[in-house]
Every structure is written in structure tokens, then in C-alpha cells.
Design a protein. Structure first.
Length: 202
């Protein structure tokens, strides 16, 4: 079973950037796999991606996304990778489900299909920062009304009891390099020199 680390946050919080940085940090010594949800590997993920740009029933969106993750988690469980880095998973479902009015009843029932319990890195930024980083070309879930509510729920989820999920909150307003270093510290990952001394042949 690989170590699974999921990056969460509102649009333009730096998820893709920090996944790439962590992948590059680890790949010299470990097999690293990157997974993004909604995925493009099955019809449910593809349909969920399509719905991002058109009006739809939010419950239907959550159903597509949950089935997409349900199908995707089997390939993660069976992966030969040492690390699997995920761009969005269950915290996004809870945050955006809340933001679009999906009931807790529906969210709890859908969540029963998901067995994967990753370590979460939540990159916290304001909506103003998100908008500054991408002022145009935003999808239906990236408008202020939805993002502000999602942000509220993300911050609540990041403070939940660790028995529910392990969430490390990182200040995404920092520089890219500062965020990367804080993530390494939160995860307890050693610097390359120390990893080499432990793992590489003498």
C-alpha cells in the first residue's frame, strides 16, 4: 500500500504546483504516482468535468464524482508506487457539496463508498488571492458565492478531530518555496541529503 497524500484547497491555492514540487523531490528515490479528480480515466470522471462548465443538479455532480473516486481508489490501493499524490479528494467533495447546497444526508451516504483515507494537505488562501491568481476563465464552481462557502467549510474540516482524517493546514499565501518547505516539515519528510544517506548504497 503506497503512502497517499492528497492536496486540497479552493481554486488556485497551489495544489498542482505543490504536487509537482513534491513529486520532483521524491522521485529520485521513490516511485511516485500523481492522480487528479475528477479523473479522465472513466466516464463518470469525464462527465463530472463536463458539468463544471454547465448548469446542473449538485447532487448529480456529487454522485458522478463519488463513483469516479470509488473506481479510482482501487488503482491506488493496488499501485506499485511508494507515494501517490492526489489533486482533490473527499475534502473537496464535502466543501463544494456544502457550498452548492447538497445535504449532509446525501454526503454521508455517498462517502460510505470511499475507503481510501489519505493524509490531507490543505492549502489555505483567501478568495481574493484566488481571484488575483486567476481573474478570468473560471468555471461555475470558482465564482465568489461558491468559493467563499467552500473556503468556510475547508477551514472547518481542517480543524476536525484527527480520528476523522489527518489534515495538515498550510498557509498558501506564502511563496511557493516557503509552502513547499512547510509541507515537507508537516509530513516529516527528510531533506534529500539525509534520505540519500539512509537509502542509497554506500
Amino acid at each position: 500500500m503506497p503512502k497517499v497524500i492528497c492536496f486540497e484547497g479552493i481554486n488556485k491555492s497551489g495544489k498542482g504546483t505543490q504536487i509537482e514540487r513534491l513529486k520532483n523531490y521524491l522521485k529520485e528515490l521513490f516511485i511516485v504516482k500523481v492522480v487528479k479528480f475528477p479523473s479522465d480515466t472513466n466516464e463518470f470522471g469525464i462527465k463530472a468535468r463536463e458539468l463544471l462548465s454547465k448548469e446542473h443538479d449538485p447532487v448529480v455532480m456529487q454522485c458522478y464524482q463519488t463513483i469516479d473516486k470509488y473506481l479510482g481508489q482501487s488503482s491506488i490501493f493496488g499501485s506499485i508506487a511508494d507515494y501517490v499524490l492526489i489533486d482533490r479528494f473527499q475534502l473537496s467533495s464535502y466543501a463544494y457539496g456544502y457550498a452548492t447546497g447538497v445535504s449532509n444526508y446525501h454526503m454521508r451516504n455517498l462517502a460510505q463508498l470511499i475507503d481510501l483515507k489519505p493524509i490531507y494537505i490543505y492549502l489555505d488562501i483567501s478568495f481574493e488571492t484566488s481571484l488575483k491568481r486567476q481573474p478570468e476563465g473560471r468555471d461555475l464552481y470558482e465564482v465568489e458565492k461558491i468559493e467563499s462557502k467552500a473556503l468556510e467549510r475547508f477551514r472547518q474540516l481542517a480543524e476536525c478531530d484527527a480520528t476523522l482524517w489527518a489534515v495538515f493546514k498550510v498557509d498558501g499565501e506564502q511563496s511557493e518555496e516557503e509552502v513547499h518547505k512547510e509541507i515537507l516539515k508537516k509530513l516529516g519528510l527528510m531533506y534529500k541529503k539525509e534520505i540519500r544517506e539512509l537509502y542509497l548504497p554506500k
